[in-house]
Ligand binder design. Structure first.
Ligand SMILES: *[C@@H]1O[C@H](CO)[C@@H](O)[C@H](O)[C@H]1NC(C)=O
Ligand SMILES: *[C@@H]1O[C@H](CO)[C@@H](O)[C@H](O)[C@H]1NC(C)=O
Ligand SMILES: *[C@@H]1O[C@H](CO)[C@@H](O)[C@H](O)[C@H]1NC(C)=O
Ligand SMILES: *[C@@H]1O[C@H](CO)[C@@H](O)[C@H](O)[C@H]1NC(C)=O
Ligand SMILES: *[C@@H]1O[C@H](CO)[C@@H](O)[C@H](O)[C@H]1NC(C)=O
Ligand SMILES: *[C@@H]1O[C@H](CO)[C@@H](O)[C@H](O)[C@H]1NC(C)=O
Ligand SMILES: *[C@@H]1O[C@H](CO)[C@@H](O)[C@H](O)[C@H]1NC(C)=O
Length: 552
């Protein structure tokens, strides 16, 4: 989630925060101002047992009949999972999915925003009702997961969040995703899913419970041949002060001190990265995970802080590469511009790519714009920035949200972004689900274009699907390529033919990604045991079929 997006949301919701913004603006205005002109310009096997518990508790509502059934779980689809026949909790054999190659394979993805880390603007009515039920009136001032758990207390927070996890996203949603060509899911998490909280942090302090949820969706993805990018969306102390980090604060404390020192919160983030790699080392669904995004939308304010960010990236990269199951390290430019990171990226070029840059261009947004032609041209200028970059760029947040509320434009805009982001490593829609607030609507705020499932429900024709082109699911590379090419051939607006200098990236003279190659080769032929997290008979049938070692 983009900082400007949530900051703006906040301005709209609570006038008091304007004061905060004014203070921030006075102190940091020059810095922010110069950033706004930059490239983000218009934005503003122990685990198996742990998972068994989580899966058992979550499977009871995997039929999607939750207290908030109006959301993404009931989209315009005909292929929802057939619940029940194979109970979650059965032991099953797992063979690694083929390795994802960020230099060749194109993600067609969605983000599971506001699932494991709440963002109030995406579900304001439920959030408000839940906190107001405990402390009447507190909805006016409680804006983030930090406050949510503070108001509800440890037990109330645990039960509200558990109910939310079971209902906000269901296995039937994954079937809909497959039907619409989705081959990748980005999973935002808070640091508290990985390491314990410390005194003063009200977040739910139960990493096993979070990791069981993560393993649940990895199982759903595995079952469908889909891949997952795990994203550290909220870091200790907050890396940007935004609601999206879990803690809206004018005193974010991830950065601080001098260039070559680590803040206590950076040291804890290092521990978080270690915990993420330990999870990958033990989950039988390791092969589903294509990357660890070690920080989301960090906001350094000084050159020293940019250096701290770079140091954190280097330490994270070394930790991940030295771990039992190395995956790609994802980094963000911290509003410095991609070119600021070119030499750092060059120093980490491998084949396949072990490092990926992210960008959240949001054409036509921040603030929402109404000139359709200009919005479409912003897609092209964003894509041009990614050409010749030494490592793949993944547009791991994009959406249809602009000032143009028109279904025929939405379709064009969707198709053009889908096709153009695939010039590089592809993208991920922000987000799968957003529950529109009646109060926001009354105030003229309609964020529903941020919600893939709402767009589908309103008009499923907006989003093309492989079946429209007589193609199967995109979860094999050949059909993903064919789907992207078919969409591109049909574009009513395009950025022209994909230039030569797009991914796949040159592989001739660059070092092999030896860490991954050796982990994969020693894993070859292994069969792992997992606790099934799926309730779908059809998916389980697919799984059984695949559960044969692929190579000896
Ligand atoms: C960003 O949005 C403003 C309108 O708010 C517009 O004037 C400007 O041209 C846009 N910049 C880019 C790069 O699209
Ligand atoms: C579906 O979920 C509801 C509520 O969670 C539960 O009462 C019901 O038994 C479930 N049905 C099936 C078939 O699992
Ligand atoms: C949330 O509740 C507060 C009262 O606690 C109210 O002032 C505010 O308008 C509500 N917001 C929404 C989006 O319903
Ligand atoms: C969170 O739990 C861990 C044990 O897992 C404990 O050491 C830590 O003190 C707890 N945090 C808080 C704030 O109580
Ligand atoms: C990196 O960004 C800063 C400001 O954000 C700028 O002053 C500096 O020139 C940039 N460096 C490069 C190499 O682009
Ligand atoms: C979806 O439909 C609702 C209800 O008609 C409308 O308010 C909203 O703007 C629509 N959103 C999109 C993205 O089509
Ligand atoms: C990645 O792309 C290559 C080349 O097209 C293909 O052989 C491979 O199967 C793809 N891998 C996945 C996981 O899609």
């Amino acid at each position: 989630m983009a900082p400007q997006k949530s900051r703006r949301t906040l301005w709209w919701i609570v006038g008091a925060v304007v004061a905060v913004a004014v203070i921030l603006g006075a102190v940091l205005g020059g810095v922010l101002g110069s950033r706004a002109a930059d490239d983000n310009s218009n934005k503003s096997n122990a685990a198996v047992n742990a998972a068994a518990d989580g899966a058992a508790s979550s499977s009871s509502s995997s039929n999607g009949s939750g207290s908030r059934s109006s959301g993404g779980s009931s989209t315009a689809t005909s292929s929802s999972a057939a619940a029940s026949a194979t109970p979650a909790g059965a032991l099953i054999d797992i063979v690694d999915l083929p390795a994802w190659n960020w230099g060749q394979n194109k993600s067609i993805g969605v983000c599971l925003g506001s699932w494991l880390i709440l963002e109030k603007w995406m579900l304001p009515d439920w959030f408000n009702e839940t906190v107001n039920a405990v402390t009447p009136g507190s909805g006016a001032t409680t804006l983030d997961e930090w406050g949510f758990c503070q108001v509800l207390g440890a037990d109330g927070c645990r039960s509200a969040l558990t109910e939310h996890w079971d209902n906000w996203i269901t296995e039937a949603d994954f079937d809909t995703m497959v039907e619409y060509g989705i081959n990748h899911v980005r999973l935002p998490t808070g640091f508290w899913a990985w390491i314990p909280t410390i005194e003063g942090e009200p977040f739910l302090n139960d990493t096993a419970l979070y990791q069981a949820q993560i393993e649940k969706v990895l199982g759903w993805a595995y079952d469908r041949g889909m891949y997952v990018l795990i994203d550290a969306h909220g870091l200790p102390g907050s890396q940007n002060g935004e609601q999206a980090s879990g803690h809206l604060t004018k005193e974010p404390s991830w950065f601080g001190g001098s260039a070559d020192t680590e803040t206590p919160n950076q040291i804890r983030s290092d521990q978080m990265v270690v915990a993420m790699t330990e999870f990958l080392a033990r989950t039988p669904y390791r092969s589903v995970v294509t990357g660890l995004e070690v920080i989301n939308e960090p906001r350094p304010y000084t050159p020293d802080q940019v250096q701290q960010l770079m140091n954190y990236y280097e330490r994270s990269y070394q930790t991940i590469q030295g771990s039992a199951w190395p995956v790609a390290t994802f980094l963000a430019d911290g509003y410095q511009g991609l070119s600021n990171w070119t030499s750092f990226a060059e120093a980490h070029v491998t084949s396949p790519p072990s490092m990926v840059m992210v960008d959240h261009p949001y054409p036509g947004n921040f603030p929402p714009q109404d000139n359709s032609q200009d919005i479409l041209s912003q897609v092209c200028s964003a894509a041009d920035r990614y050409l010749n970059y030494p490592i793949p760029v993944c547009i791991d947040e994009w959406s249809l949200y602009t000032g143009v509320k028109d279904q025929s434009f939405e379709k064009t805009f969707y198709e053009q972004q889908l096709a153009t982001w695939a010039w590089s490593a592809g993208g991920m829609y922000w987000s799968w689900r957003l529950d529109t607030s009646q109060q926001d609507l009354a105030n003229g705020l309609d964020y529903s274009q941020y919600s893939f499932s709402t767009v589908l429900r309103n008009n499923s024709a907006t989003i093309p699907k492989p079946a429209d082109y007589n193609l199967g699911a995109t979860t094999t590379d050949a059909s993903a390529q064919a789907y992207l090419e078919a969409v591109e051939a049909d574009l009513s607006s395009s950025c022209g033919a994909a230039p030569d200098n797009v991914a796949p990236y040159a592989t001739g003279s660059v070092p092999t990604w030896t860490a991954e190659v050796s982990a994969r080769s020693s894993a070859q032929g292994q069969t792992l045991t997992a606790t099934s997290t799926t309730a779908s008979t059809t998916a389980t049938a697919r799984l059984r079929k695949r559960a044969v070692p692929i190579a000896f």
